[in-house]
Design a protein around this ligand. Structure first.
Ligand code: BGC
Length: 768
């Protein structure tokens, strides 16, 4: 554990005490979102200490012109940036003539932040002494409405403690914002119009190049001791991109004044006229009122928790960890809009630019399949189907593939590749495999085959074509190779025959082959339509098979394990435990060549293959590979510890499984990788969910049947989770000596627990 300032609590994330050094980390950890927008926990008032300002709108991005030292052919022209959107939370505050700034106060005490995950709000309180001697108490609550998802609300209260005070609230909306990671230090927003009307103000701006229009708005109400004192702004300052109101209130000692600010965005993705739409959002929010908005927020979150909560008894840190992960996932993506996807940093930071990585298919889909309606996962699959043409273009335009082969982008916002490091963009081709695997996984879990004849098969064929063309024949080995790749372990570049990549390539071809046959016999009309569209012949199918049947996998006879890539054993195999702690994380301490030469594995790679294709291998094989690779794994990708936790549990290495569970679930809370100030690791949070449900719960779907192999860490008294399995809700509660199942549904299901069949009838508790 690297940082331990977050107080353990079952339902809240809590920080106590003000420490300027922690502000950026806390801004990430206390982020809020509602699927449509989100923001870091920046202070509303002016702050001169170190801060990383961030507010983001789902789907709104900027194609920032690529900047590299040495241009390589095939680089995409831009890197898509998640855009720091105009600021609507800002409220400058003047108290008895001094600008209030926590960084400039002579004393700050009782500083506390709470992110209440159960109810979906963020709260901050403190006492502070200004340089002019005024002592104040601050109490601020903020939330982004789940129901009215274009609006957020702030209630900012100030109580002067030692004398009366003249408080001037200066709320503003400002489109003059920048991204920290702008390649050319340019602004991404072009201001179009600034307007105001009584207590409301609107700034409309358009993104350069992509031309998204957003109206950022605010509406303010001033209260004294809880009573609305409805004043109009005393003055209005504005320029072409910012508008600021001024409200002055005289507040007696120990009386409380507050400003309630409603703000948010209406965007051209959803409205023809964003200004009129903003006026309507304000009208609705004002008519509902702050208290009722808060109540609706609590109700809406309670519905989410009703389905997705995981309880853990007897271990507060573990409980807080899983709830933080589930909360952040739901803040990021709710599945309401099929144009959106799940960015690795969600709405908590700029890193990783575009929104869609292989993370979605490899890690997130299981969580969304099991905790939401199956349509949500189907939408995520459809997102890729809708981008198939661009993936085909991507493979053909620069990379030389033909005949409808598709290479999906490593990073994308709209289907175009927008990542520009050759070793990732051009070499991390395994992402194609995860996209095919998700189609298989969706069918395996939901039983809904219709997706494959409707859409999935076209994606599979294009991916199989890619692998067929990407493999090359070695006359020396008389087998097919996949040369020059980066596997999931990004600490190896340009390697030959990465086991994971070769394995998933072979699987993709075989699986596609089977689906072509199945669709031919069961959905002949779809088969005819697709085959004609993509022009697939039996001869081509045979050519694919030739590659998949003769795929080469690097293997050591001596150790009886598959090698991560050719030559892995030639490395200086010093395990991580013998590496001096001062050298970690290696990606922050070492030069890149040193990282590449080392045997250290950033994230599950060969083991990732064993995770996807567990049933292709024996338990003994899994154990051998786990025991070999785990000692070299540094888990410097957030996506790694969850896989290791699941596998350690399957191998009954429960202490390890528990340690990895804490690492994945508290990765950000405890800042294991020393980077949380950049934002939280959202996509790996779905891996945390898997490490309970699939790891400890041992859940698998085999032949349309749910299997469980429940285990429980000795630190816990019990845990429980719910899954939506084929439109029935199954609740599973595991204790040290028993597992209980309750089914909310209308027809019985058969589950297999520790190898034995158990019948679960609706609303009838079954104890095993
Ligand atoms: C990981 C990738 C992942 C990306 C975004 C990287 O650090 O190595 O596998 O796709 O982060 O989460």
């Amino acid at each position: 554990m690297n940082q331990d300032y977050i107080k353990p609590d079952n339902w809240s994330i809590i920080e106590e005490g003000f420490d300027a050094e922690r502000v950026k980390s806390s801004e990430s950890l206390f982020s809020i979102g509602n699927g449509a927008m989100g923001q870091r926990a920046n202070f509303e008032e002016h702050y001169t200490g170190e801060t990383f300002q961030g507010s983001y709108i789902a789907g709104i991005y900027y194609p920032d012109k690529t900047k590299v030292g040495w241009w390589k052919n095939g680089y995409p022209e831009y890197f898509a940036k998640v855009l720091n959107a105009p600021n609507w939370i800002g409220i400058d505050i003047e108290i008895n003539g001094e600008n209030f700034d926590l960084n400039a106060c002579t004393k700050v005490s009782n500083f506390r932040r709470e992110l209440n995950m159960k109810e979906g709000w963020y709260h901050r309180s403190f006492e502070a002494t200004l340089k002019n001697g005024t002592e104040i108490k601050g109490n601020i609550r903020r939330f982004l409405c789940l129901n009215l998802d274009e609006a957020g609300v702030i209630n900012y209260e100030i109580t002067p403690l030692n004398k009366e005070a003249t408080i001037i609230y200066k709320p503003y909306v400002d489109a003059g914002v920048t991204n920290e990671d702008a390649n050319w230090e340019e602004k991404f927003w072009e201001p179009l119009e600034v307007k105001h009307d009584k207590n409301s103000a609107f700034v409309t701006a358009r993104t350069f190049k992509t031309h998204f229009i957003a109206t950022t708005f605010m509406h303010n109400t001033i209260l004294l001791n809880g009573q609305n004192i409805s004043i109009n702004p005393e003055s209005v300052d504005s320029n072409k991109e910012k508008i600021q109101f001024k409200y002055a209130v005289n507040v007696a000692q120990n009386a409380t004044s507050s400003i309630q600010k409603i703000g948010g965005y209406t965007v051209s993705m959803n409205h023809e006229n964003t200004q009129t739409a903003a006026e309507k959002v304000i009208e609705s929010a004002v008519s509902i009122g702050y208290n009722q908005l808060l109540k609706e927020q609590i109700d809406a979150w309670s519905k989410i928790w009703e389905m997705s909560d995981i309880t853990i008894e007897g271990d507060v840190r573990a409980q807080q960890g899983i709830r933080f992960n589930i909360f952040q996932l739901n803040q990021t993506y709710l599945g309401k809009d099929s144009r959106l996807n799940i960015g690795p940093k969600g709405f908590t930071g700029e890193k990783y630019g575009g929104s869609t990585y292989w993370d979605t298919e490899a890690y997130c889909i299981p969580f969304y399949m099991a905790t939401k309606d199956q349509q949500v996962a189907r939408n995520l699959l459809t997102y890729r189907y809708n981008q198939l043409d661009k993936a085909i273009e991507n493979a053909q335009k620069n990379l030389g593939f033909k005949n409808g082969a598709a290479l999906y982008p490593m990073v994308t916002m709209n289907g175009e590749e927008c990542h520009n490091e050759w070793e990732i963009t051009h070499e991390e081709i395994h992402r194609n495999g995860a996209i095919a695997f998700a189609i298989f996984n969706y069918h395996r879990y939901t039983g809904d085959y219709s997706y494959i004849p409707e859409k999935g098969l076209e994606v599979l064929i294009a991916i199989a074509r890619f692998w067929h063309q990407r493999a090359s024949f070695s006359t020396h080995k008389n087998q097919y190779m996949i040369l020059g790749v980066t596997g999931p372990n990004e600490y190896e570049n340009n390697v030959n025959n990465n086991f994971y990549t070769n394995y998933i390539a072979k699987w993709c071809i075989d699986y596609t082959h089977e689906q072509v046959q199945k669709v031919a016999s069961e959905y002949p009309a779809d088969h005819k339509r697709i085959i004609e569209k993509v022009n697939l012949s039996n001869f081509e199918l045979q050519e694919w098979k030739e590659v998949s049947d003769n795929m080469y996998f690097p293997y050591s006879e001596e150790l009886d394990i598959y090698l991560q890539q050719d030559g892995f054993l030639d490395k200086d195999l010093v395990p991580v435990k013998d590496l001096d702690k001062s050298q970690r994380p290696i990606n922050q301490k070492w030069s890149w060549d040193r990282v590449l030469r080392s045997p250290y594995i950033k994230q599950a790679d060969t083991l990732q293959g064993f995770y996807f294709f567990e049933d292709h291998f024996t338990k003994e094989q899994l154990e051998k590979h786990f025991d070999f690779y785990e000692p070299f794994t540094v888990h410097e990708s957030s996506l790694s510890p969850c896989v290791h936790s699941i596998q350690a549990a399957a191998l009954d290495k429960m202490d390890m499984a528990y340690t990895f569970y804490l690492r994945t679930s508290r990765l950000d809370l405890d800042d294991y990788n020393k980077e949380v100030e950049e934002g939280c690791h959202i996509t790996s949070m779905a891996g945390t969910w898997m490490s309970i449900v699939e790891g400890f719960g041992g859940m698998r779907v085999k032949n349309d049947t749910l299997h469980f192999n429940p285990r429980i860490p000795k630190e816990w008294n019990g845990y429980s989770f719910k899954i939506n399995f084929r439109n029935q809700i199954l609740k599973v509660a595991v204790h040290q000596n028993e597992t209980k199942f309750v089914l909310e549904g209308d027809h019985e299901i058969k589950v297999v627990v520790n190898g034995k069949e158990v019948l679960v009838e609706p609303n009838n508790l079954v104890t095993v």
